[in-house]
Design a protein around this ligand. Structure first.
Ligand code: OSB
Ligand code: MG
Length: 370
């Protein structure tokens, strides 16, 4: 197969509720969608970069330029035996994994559609028919608001609660949540808000039998996490700093974490995500699928990924309606009363695109052709 055209489309959609992490508060998303065209067929990908370079170095604007000027020209017209060939074609680009991943995942979807099979099958997954779901709840204006959100999500059936923490919204808030909800599966995500100077403070979180503490230290550090893990009972889960399978290897070797959050964009797509998955599985490190406030395409890709066998913990992949008044796919992604998302068997990522709606939320569009 050869791609004859790649279309980039930036959509803008307000979130139903703002989402606050230790690095910023987001009210509205600007998302780059990638369409990979070959011989009349189209595959769809979604870039998971945020609106600002605060989670990692990428943002909507950088992803657009990397895709247009570097990634698309390297893949267009090249003979592709399988979607596995895309990752190496863009590997000369340093970093920018989310931009590269937007195109890579579109080509996986394209190959699935060409084969008339669901994406989960094309990527070699499908170890379960439904994926266990948790939710990620942002920093709120008050602890009462946080309690309310947790109540709502538990009532909806979600299997675990992740709460965002930052200095000033951490030990005391976690203590109150734990007192109020003594038996829920609970975890905290710091998005790199601490340093080793905070070891004694972070150790206080050991009192609350959290499932894990996600990315407490620097976004680009593995070694300090190993130092911290040796002093913490609670397992550390790495997110930001696992950008390649090699990073996963090093983190495992150094005992920097007990758990890994895998995000498709952060590692550049399905090929590298599967390598991280396989390495973690071989080392008995469980993984789960992270989220980046995706619209429907990215969400559906996450569902497919999370059916690989070692995705044994509930992830951050949840129902479309938690994010969007209307999603770009139909039906919207929904959860069962048991807090799962069921796998679909349609060719490709499994949902239909709402093209009219997508056109209505598009703020720019550009095609790169041979
Ligand atoms: O660290 O997992 C994170 C959202 C944006 C950037 C980083 C993160 C998150 C989330 C939200 O936690 C997960 C989701 O609900 O999509
Ligand atoms: Mg995280």
């Amino acid at each position: 197969m050869k791609l004859d055209r790649i279309t980039l489309r930036q959509i803008r959609m307000p979130l139903v509720h703002f989402f606050e992490t230790s690095f910023s508060r987001t009210y509205s998303r600007d998302i780059v969608l990638v369409e990979a065209h070959a011989g009349g067929l189209t595959g769809y990908g979604e870039v998971t970069a945020g609106e600002n370079p605060f989670y990692n170095e990428e943002w909507t604007g950088s992803a657009w330029l990397i895709l247009r000027d570097y990634a698309a020209p390297r893949v267009l017209g090249k003979p592709l035996e399988s979607a596995n060939d895309v990752f190496p074609l863009t590997a000369h680009i340093r970093g920018h994994n989310m931009a590269r991943g937007g195109l890579e995942t579109a080509v996986w979807d394209l190959f699935a559609r060409a084969a008339g099979e669901p994406l989960w099958k094309t990527i070699g997954a499908g170890a379960r028919r439904e994926i266990p779901c948790g939710v990620s709840i942002g920093i709120q204006d008050s602890v009462e608001q946080l309690f309310e959100k947790i109540e709502t999500e538990l009532a909806a059936g979600y299997q675990r609660i992740k709460m965002k923490i930052k200095p000033g919204w951490d030990v005391d808030v976690v203590r109150r949540v734990r007192e109020r909800f003594p038996s829920i599966k609970l975890m905290a995500d710091a998005n790199s808000a601490y340093t080793l100077a905070d070891i004694d403070h972070l150790r206080k979180l050991d009192d609350f039998y959290l499932m894990m503490i996600e990315q407490p230290l620097a976004h680009d550090d593995i070694i300090d996490h190993a130092t911290l893990q040796a002093r913490l009972e609670t397992p550390i889960c790495l997110d930001e700093c696992i950008r390649t399978a090699h990073h996963a290897e090093q983190a495992i070797q150094l005992r920097a974490c007990g758990i890994i959050n895998i995000k498709l964009g952060r590692v550049g797509g399905f090929r590298e995500a599967k390598r991280v998955h396989d390495l973690a599985q071989a080392a008995s490190i469980p993984v789960w699928c992270g989220g980046m406030l995706e619209a429907g395409i990215g969400r559906a890709h996450n569902v497919a990924l999370a059916t690989l066998p070692n995705f044994v913990l509930p992830g951050d992949v949840s129902a479309s309606k938690r994010y969007w008044k209307q999603d770009i796919i139909t039906p919207a992604v929904e959860t069962t009363a048991r807090g799962t998302i069921e796998l679909r068997d349609e060719p490709g990522f499994g949902y239909a695109l709402d093209h009219d709606f997508i056109r209505g939320v598009t703020v720019r569009e550009e095609s790169i052709a041979l």
